[in-house]
Ligand binder design. Structure first.
Ligand SMILES: [Zn+2]
Ligand SMILES: [Zn+2]
Length: 376
């Protein structure tokens, strides 16, 4: 179920706190830090209150206005910038009061509520990267639905993050389901959401993205999707955080943001909850093979430098993942052959050359034939 008005108000308040009042690198004086922390505690209390005392748009608006006035007293008469920014955000929320659920569908106007802003900023970047690789735009549309889930009920793929997501590409448009834990959100959670969204869009939403709809979603054990493509998603979100327009949507973009997404990425491989040992090993092997492709391209002289190796590995992965014939079964088999080919034939450029051929001819059957000798 999408967020109802009381849940959406609580999420709005928690997001505002995480975005503006938990800057881990602010360098504020001790007394000012205390004030920011007090404002954050107050906002969390208002969020809990919203879950009980909000029942319609009017009561939501008055609670958000009340929260805004309450934290203003910690703003040093309008000079303490984290509090001033939070107040401005709350005033915007109260003024908009659009009565939506925070969900987004391409057919409806964008109101910027909830996590829409971040999701659409990430989608724009992901579409740009895919279009550049494919030399063609993606045809699939994506919508976003947000849910508030009981902390204990959230499938614990990554146990300590406040959010999780899954994507369904069997519907049109594809739907990214974003689950938000029913608790205070941290600024690290928001940075990790950027990575989660890159993962959902790069790996899942645009799988076979050159056609509108596909009949089967990738399985959680699919090492192409969850290992090879995730390695690429991590590479791209790291770059976006470093040089993209991420600062507009995230609480911070410096070393703390890198720490947040790195710890999430590490946990996906070192303690992937819900995967058996073999599936976890396959996921790690696929991630390593993505990196190995770059190494082979470079070592065998197929590209002049590291930059070109990286670009080619990215382009191959994106073109294959979005290919109209890219069913999850085919992708997994191709990935399996590549993993074996890249790791067993030391000094051979053969598997990497087949990847270059695929970029040039865009022929998935030719790629399968070329890698058949490595198939188990
Ligand atoms: Zn709205
Ligand atoms: Zn996934």
């Amino acid at each position: 179920m999408s967020l109802d008005v009381r849940e959406k108000t609580a999420v709005d308040l928690r997001l505002t706190g995480a975005l503006y009042l938990e800057d881990l690198e602010s360098g504020l004086a001790q007394a000012d830090q205390e004030k920011v922390r007090a404002a954050l505690r107050l906002l969390h209390a208002c969020a809990d209150e919203a879950l009980v005392f909000v029942w319609d748009g009017k009561s939501a608006k008055s609670l958000v206005q009340g929260a805004s006035s309450a934290i203003w007293k910690f703003s040093n008469d309008g000079t303490l910038s984290p509090v001033v920014s939070a107040v401005a955000a709350l005033d915007r929320i109260a003024a908009t009061n659009c009565g939506c659920t925070g969900d987004y569908a391409p057919s409806a106007p964008q109101c910027g509520c909830g996590v829409q802003g971040l999701a659409l900023a990430v989608e724009t970047e992901v579409r740009r990267v895919y279009t550049e690789a494919l030399r063609n735009p993606l045809v699939r549309d994506v919508s976003y639905q947000t849910y508030l889930v009981d902390t204990a009920r959230l499938f614990p793929t990554i146990s300590d993050c406040g959010l999780d997501a899954t994507t369904d590409i069997t519907s049109n448009p594809a739907v990214v389901h974003i689950e938000i834990k029913d608790r205070a959100l941290s600024s690290s959670d928001i940075c990790q959401l950027a990575y989660i969204l890159f993962h959902e869009l790069i790996c899942h939403a645009f799988q076979a993205g050159r056609i509108v709809q596909i009949t089967k979603n990738a399985h959680a054990k699919c090492f192409w999707t969850e290992g090879w493509m995730d390695a690429l998603a991590f590479e791209l979100v790291s770059k976006w955080i470093a040089v993209g327009n991420a600062s507009e949507w995230l609480p911070f973009t410096g070393p703390c943001a890198t720490d947040a997404i790195s710890s999430y990425h590490r946990d996906r491989y070192q303690r992937p909850i819900g995967l058996d040992d073999q599936a976890a090993r396959d996921r790690r092997f696929a991630r390593k093979s993505y990196w190995k492709l770059k190494q082979v391209l470079l070592e065998c002289g197929l590209v002049p430098d590291v930059y070109e190796a990286s670009l080619l590995a990215q382009r191959f992965s994106l073109c294959l993942n979005a290919h109209p014939g890219a069913s999850t079964d085919r992708l997994r088999k191709i990935c399996d052959s590549l993993m074996i080919g890249l790791s067993t034939e030391k000094g051979s450029s053969e598997p990497a050359s087949r990847c270059i051929d695929f970029i040039n001819y865009n022929d998935i059957s030719l790629l399968e034939d070329g890698l058949r000798r490595y198939a188990v």
